[in-house]
Design a protein. Structure first.
Lengths: 77, 158
C-alpha cells in the first residue's frame, strides 16, 4: 500500500488529506494519472512530488510503504 | 522551543529563540530576518492568513537550506522557525537568524535563506479576504516547475 498526501488547494480539491492506494511497483506518473481520474484532480500536474519526504521525478517507482506527497507550488515565508 | 535549529511551530514565534541558537564567540554578526503578516497586498485587505506545512519534510528542507548556507559561506550558524495555523496581521510567520564572523556574510546568508524557503520548503499560505479565500501558489511567477525539482538557481528577482 502507498500512502498519498495532499496539501493546500489539492487537499481541498481531493476532499481529504491522505489516501491509501494499492500501487506497488508503479511509477509516480502512473500513480498521478490514477489519482487524477479517481479524485477528479485537474491540478496535479502543477504539483511537485515527494517520495518519503524527498523531491522525486515522475519516473520514480514506488513500493509498498512509501509515502508520496503532492506538493503544490509553495508559499511559505 | 525545540532542541533543534530548524522547526515548525503552531505557537507565536519569539525571534530571540533563533538568536540564542546562533550566538557564539566566533561571531561578529548576528543577522535576523523576520517575516510578518501584511494587511494590504496590491490594495486588497487581508483579514488573516492560514499556513499549512508538510511538517517533517519542511523541517528537513529548512535544515537543507542551513547546509547550503554553510557550504556557500563556510563559518555560519543558522536557526529558522516557521509558524503554521492561523496568523493575524503583524504576526511573525518566519524568523531566521544567521551568525558569521563578519556582517556581510550574515546579511547575504539570511537573504538567501528566505528566498530558498519560498522555493523548496513545503509550506503554504491561504489568504482570507473580506470576499473570499485562496491558497497562494508560486509567488515567484518566474519559475518553471517542469523539472519538478527546484534548483538553486531559481532565486527570486525581487
Amino acid at each position: 500500500m502507498i500512502n498519498v498526501l495532499f496539501f493546500a488547494e489539492l487537499q481541498e480539491s481531493a476532499g481529504r488529506d491522505k489516501v491509501t492506494v494499492e500501487a506497488d511497483g508503479v511509477s509516480v506518473s502512473e500513480l498521478k494519472s490514477r489519482l487524477s481520474s479517481t479524485y477528479e484532480l485537474n491540478n496535479l500536474d502543477y504539483a511537485m512530488i515527494a517520495v518519503n519526504e524527498e523531491y522525486s521525478q515522475e519516473d520514480t517507482v514506488v513500493k509498498s510503504g512509501d509515502v508520496v506527497a503532492f506538493i503544490p507550488p509553495v508559499s511559505g515565508g | 522551543m525545540m532542541d533543534k535549529n530548524y522547526w515548525i511551530t503552531e505557537e507565536p514565534i519569539d525571534p530571540a529563540d533563533c538568536i540564542g541558537k546562533v550566538t557564539r564567540n566566533e561571531a561578529g554578526a548576528v543577522n535576523t530576518f523576520i517575516g510578518t503578516v501584511r494587511e494590504f497586498t496590491k490594495g486588497k485587505r487581508t483579514l488573516f492568513l492560514e499556513y499549512q506545512a508538510y511538517v517533517p519534510m519542511a523541517e528537513k528542507k529548512l535544515a537543507q537550506i542551513g547546509s547550503e548556507i554553510q557550504e556557500k559561506w563556510g563559518n555560519a550558524d543558522i536557526a529558522i522557525v516557521h509558524r503554521i495555523g492561523r496568523l493575524e496581521i503583524t504576526d511573525i510567520a518566519v524568523a531566521i537568524a544567521v551568525s558569521t564572523p563578519h556582517r556581510a556574510d550574515a546579511f547575504d546568508a539570511s537573504r538567501y535563506a528566505i528566498e530558498r524557503i519560498k522555493e523548496i520548503v513545503p509550506i503554504w499560505k491561504k489568504e482570507h479576504w473580506e470576499d473570499g479565500t485562496k491558497w497562494i501558489g508560486d509567488q515567484k511567477e518566474n519559475t518553471s516547475y517542469d523539472a519538478k525539482i527546484p534548483s538553486e538557481e531559481e532565486m527570486r528577482d525581487d
